[in-house]
Design a protein around this ligand. Structure first.
Ligand code: FAD
Length: 560
């Protein structure tokens, strides 16, 4: 007999980011507007407190916020600054050239600079004030299905992770089994490469006929600079150095209030060079004279990293199934051209809430009833914004110059091209073997091809970064980075790709250490993991599965 507890709700929201919190708030509003028997609603969040796993730039397009919370200023929305000025620079190794015009997609007049951590904490407060329970420290580990009917199985909720299992998989004295939460509708807003959305998509084939998702990794730091150094509300984006023409991405420098600067680099996880190292690229960006001068005498406050879904409209999976809806980054609803997803996540959360509310009230949460959500997304500002840029990231596969030309052209053609959709190569599929990429001289895979000096003032190693991310995981638990066949690492992967995990992981989770017999073996430092999901995306053999650690583990992105 299982002693697993069960909990029944009407609507369950998995993931308390902007999408999940917007869904919860919209449900509360609908209850008030429509009256009647109140719905039981719950939000599950893996972080130990609301907002702790939030990492974003962030420039907020307030269009959805205005619809969801029209009096957001009166309600104390934590807006760090109004955007005052936009600049785009093309960087060479030592110089910078300012673009004379800022293209429309990078114009941020009317937008706000925020800390997404603070913003989501504030939203969480509003949700709780409506009497909705947010269960923090509760990762969902499994989607629950009812396969008893004919046709596709129906989603009936999720199971949360067990607690109190030691690193050998044995139950400790503190063992508590996870809870089965049953819901009439489950809204999956578990963010980029969400573990549940990944499993749901695979099990129900929700990505059939869609282009493969393309991801990027964003590495970000928060700095406190000397007073007067920056003007709050200044938004700078950089192109070029330190990335090669074949590598997608660029830098961002956002000047917040209180002398804080949010600085980062976004790099496509569709690079070809197996020796490419996003973390090292970020250090190079900081050493560029333009950035270094801004950071002179400044103090590092926080570090973090997170993936982004960059593939756009053609990669969005089917957004509904019987008993289930998917929103936000989990559904790939991010505009890579604008580097913005918060307002789209919020909009999808609102639309999912409206659909779930109606379906539960009507007593019909079948696949056909929930299809209305996809119709709503198609008729909304989400499609309006994402459709014209549907091929933009894909165009960068032909190089940054071609990508930039295509982006410019898209402003007139609304994304049309002779081939539509443009071919998409998801994640690791573009990664070349060492022998293909470095035909003449195979690099030493223990070193970096483009090393950077770590001075611990401007540039930091990964471990110091992890310290500044506030990451904590109890050590005595099974590794939540599941490598299904670690023998590949020391043999095939070492030979073919030079163990790229030691470079693409921004938190030193993966190390190749001496095996005591003259060879190497993989060591997983799972407690360093900042939950960015890059390894799950970029591992060339797709043998790494990121699963949630015991509840509450992970980074503490205060102010990020
Ligand atoms: C470096 C960087 C810069 C960015 N800059 C901007 C910007 O300037 N403007 C902008 O608009 N957007 C920006 N974005 C994108 C934006 O942050 C995302 O689009 C947005 O956060 C998506 O919201 P979401 O709610 O869908 O997902 P998330 O914000 O990722 O939230 C998902 C939540 O689900 C939780 N979760 C995940 N799995 C589970 C589970 N199994 N159980 C329970 N909880 C779970 C997570 O802990 C998290 O709290 C940026 C992103 C990055 C990485």
């Amino acid at each position: 007999m299982s002693n697993r507890e069960t909990l029944d709700v009407d609507v369950l929201i998995v993931g308390g980011g902007p999408a999940g919190m917007s869904a919860a708030l919209r449900l509360a509003q609908l209850q008030k507007e429509k009256g009647g028997e109140p719905l039981a609603i719950a939000v599950l969040e893996k972080a130990r407190e609301v907002g702790a796993h939030m990492l974003s730039g962030a420039v907020l397009d307030p269009s959805t916020l205005k619809d969801l919370i029209p009096d957001f200023k009166a309600k104390g929305a934590p807006l760090a600054a109004d955007v005052q000025r936009d600049d785009i620079y093309f960087l060479t190794r030592t110089a910078k050239v300012r673009l004379p015009i800022t293209p429309p997609f990078f114009q941020n007049h009317g937008n706000y600079l925020i800390s997404l951590n603070k913003f989501v904490k504030w939203m969480g407060g509003l949700v709780e004030a409506e009497g909705i329970d947010i269960f923090t420290g509760f990762p969902a580990t499994e989607v629950l299905f009812d396969s008893s009917g004919s046709g596709q199985p129906r989603v009936i909720g999720v199971r949360t992770g067990d607690r109190g299992i030691d690193k050998h998989g044995r139950k400790k004295a503190t063992f508590e089994p996870g809870v089965d939460i049953h819901a009439k509708v489950t809204i999956f807003t578990d963010g980029v490469r969400g573990n549940l959305t990944k499993s749901l998509t695979r099990q129900l084939g929700l990505d059939e006929g869609r282009s493969p998702q393309i991801y990027a990794i964003g590495i970000k730091e928060l700095w406190e600079v000397p007073a007067g150094r920056t003007q709050p509300g200044r938004v700078v984006h950089t192109m070029g150095y330190p990335l090669k023409n074949e590598e997608f991405g660029g830098g961002f420098i956002y000047s917040l209030n209180d002398n804080l600067v949010s600085l980062g680099i976004v790099t496509g996880l569709d690079y070809r060079d197996p020796m490419f190292d996003p973390h090292v690229s970020f250090q190079h960006l900081k050493r560029h004279p333009f950035v270094a001068s801004m950071l002179e005498g400044a103090t590092l406050v926080r570090y973090g990293a997170k993936a982004l879904p960059e593939g756009g409209w053609y990669t969005v999976p089917k957004l509904y199934a019987a008993g289930a809806l998917i929103g936000g980054d989990a559904a790939g609803l991010m505009n890579s051209e604008r580097l913005k997803g918060i307002h789209l996540a919020m909009r999808s959360g609102m639309l999912a809430a409206e659909t779930a509310f109606e379906a539960v009230r009507k007593g019909d949460t079948s696949e056909a009833a929930l299809k209305v959500y996809e119709d709503r997304v198609n008729a909304s500002a989400i499609r309006k914004e994402l459709y014209p840029v549907r091929n933009v990231h894909q165009a960068f596969a032909y190089g940054s110059f071609a990508g930039a030309m295509f982006t410019g052209l898209s402003l007139f053609t609304r994304g049309w091209w002779f081939r539509d959709p443009l071919p998409a190569h998801g994640g690791w599929t573009r990664l070349r073997k060492l022998s293909e990429y470095y035909k003449d001289a195979r690099p030493d895979t223990e070193s970096t091809v483009n090393p950077v000096k770590i001075d611990r003032q401007l540039t930091f190693d990964r471990l110091t970064g992890v310290h500044y991310s506030g990451t904590r995981h109890p050590e005595d638990q099974p590794s939540h980075l599941v490598v299904h066949d670690a023998s590949v690492c020391a043999t095939r992967c070492r030979e073919e790709f030079g163990n790229p995990c030691i470079r693409f992981c921004p938190a030193n989770v993966y190390e190749m250490v001496d095996d005591g017999a003259g060879g190497k073996k993989l060591q997983i430092n799972a407690s360093n993991c900042v939950h960015c999901k890059t390894c799950d995306i970029m591992d060339p053999y797709q043998i790494i599965d990121w699963v949630p650690p015991e509840g509450g583990g992970g980074p503490q992105y205060e102010g990020m």
